[in-house]
Design a protein around this ligand. Structure first.
Ligand code: HAM
Length: 419
């Protein structure tokens, strides 16, 4: 036998037994996108590397360490330098927004996407090289109301998934007016304590100093006394942040301030947030995160256009729901069409087709096995009901495979009888 081939490291197969939980996690995302009046957008799975360089920043982990580069069959270095699988959707969505001149459409635009993202990182529990995100973006609204609206939407997602105790951690990292001042104060503070920083942080101090604050190994004393961005906001950013908090309070949305929440991507301005299960704030445990990116469209060659959104990790959300034993609603009952006659495939298929047209979930047995064996295997496959096709073209037998009871009725009566 040939040697079996395994899935790439950091990827997972979605097997049938996991599909009910995934279907549900995705269906809630789709339904909420619809209910909150977002329109679907799809962008390519790969884009120019330059898009991520400009959008996410050269010093972000996603660009510096985790780019999943791709090329054609020849795999030349030039190609690999040009293309990468998308590590996140926001840059691609705003690229599309600029490319299609979407700023002239009646706005603000509300866009959603659900699909795979790729980060070539060291895999571990909760961190995959391919993972799925539900993403929403509101483009063209600078006001604080929409910040509260998307944070509430994230909360609602987790509530509908059956997760309890989810908290939004919230911060404001200012904008082009006040961030440079804050950055300077922070760099001065950290540089004076450089000997207490990790190697990674020492490097970031020069490239991306705000990110030193989310180094998990940052000395707790250095972290506790570090200057906080909220103390250095300009008047406009301060007013915006106060308004967002007031709106969240008025909605009764659960949030906590986190002065170290700076997020990993350079495009963020003002509001930043991440969702965690309370008390579970490990490195790979953010269920989702997002924030405002008022300068991103301009970075990508568009007009200045404010935006805000989030990405929720479906993989981690499904894992968290399983850990909390959140109930997965049952799928509609399965019906199996079976038959007494070995040679009546046309009658079986016709019955299955009619039952499917009536809205039932149906599989059909095409074997020549004895009826008893067909019923046994239907039960093993999880069928709750069997419809036994017989000699009489007008009637069938509906068998309750759990109660072991059966009765005769016409095909058109089956759907109502199952209820
Ligand atoms: P992010 O925080 O990089 O934000 O990712 C959002 C979520 O995706 C994370 O909270 C996590 O649940 C999930 N995630 C990220 N990386 C992995 C991984 N390697 N394995 C499994 N799950 C992962 C963004 O991507 C931004 N685009 C969010 C956003 C939208 N900001 C504004 N609009």
């Amino acid at each position: 036998m040939a040697r079996p081939i395994s899935a790439p490291r950091g990827t997972r197969d979605l097997l049938p037994e996991d599909s009910a939980a995934w279907n549900r996690a995705e269906a809630i995302a789709r339904d909420l996108s619809h209910g909150y009046a977002f329109d679907r957008i799809e962008t390519p799975l790969f884009e120019r590397v330059e898009l991520f360089h400009r959008g996410l920043g050269e010093a972000s982990d996603a660009v510096e360490k985790e780019m999943f580069r791709v090329g054609g069959a020849t795999g030349s270095d030039e190609e690999k330098a040009e293309w990468a699988l998308r590590p996140e959707p926001t840059a691609g969505i705003i690229r599309a927004f600029v490319e299609h001149g979407m700023h002239v459409r009646p706005g603000p635009l509300r866009l959603w996407m659900l699909g795979p993202m790729f980060r070539y990182d060291r895999p571990q529990a909760g961190r995959y090289r391919q993972f799925t995100q539900w993403d929403v973006e509101v483009v063209g609204d600078a006001g604080p109301m929409v910040d509260a609206e998307v944070i509430e939407l994230g909360h609602r997602y987790f509530a509908e998934l059956g997760l309890t105790d989810v908290v939004a951690y919230l911060n404001s990292i200012g904008d082009a007016v006040c961030r440079p001042g804050y950055r300077a104060v922070l760099v001065e503070y950290l540089a004076a304590r450089e000997d207490r920083l990790t190697d990674d942080s020492r490097r970031r101090l020069r490239t991306n100093p705000l990110r030193v604050l989310d180094d998990k190994d940052l000395d707790p004393e250095v972290a506790a006394a570090a200057p906080r961005s909220v103390d250095h906001l300009c008047d406009a950013c301060r007013a915006h942040f106060d308004a967002v908090r007031g709106l969240l309070d008025s909605l009764g949305v659960r949030y906590e301030l986190d002065h170290r929440l700076v997020r990993g991507l350079d495009y963020y301005t003002r509001t930043t947030f991440e969702f965690f299960v309370a008390g579970r704030r490990g490195q790979q445990q953010a269920l989702g995160g997002g924030g405002r990116y008022d300068g991103l469209a301009e970075l990508l060659g568009g007009r200045p256009t404010p935006g805000i959104g989030f990405g929720i990790g479906i993989d981690r959300s499904v894992l968290a729901a399983a850990e909390q034993e959140a109930p997965v609603p049952e799928e509609p009952p399965l019906v199996a069409v079976v038959s007494q006659q070995p040679d009546d495939l046309a009658a079986r298929l016709a019955a299955a087709t009619a039952l499917r047209a009536a809205g039932l979930r149906v599989r059909v047995d095409g074997s020549a096995r004895k009826l008893g064996r067909q019923l046994e295997s239907a039960a093993k496959l999880g069928a709750r009901w069997a419809v036994i096709v017989g000699d009489d073209a007008h009637t069938v037998v509906l068998r309750d495979l759990a109660a072991h009871e059966q009765r005769e009725l016409t095909l058109s009566e089956v759907a109502a009888a199952i209820g």
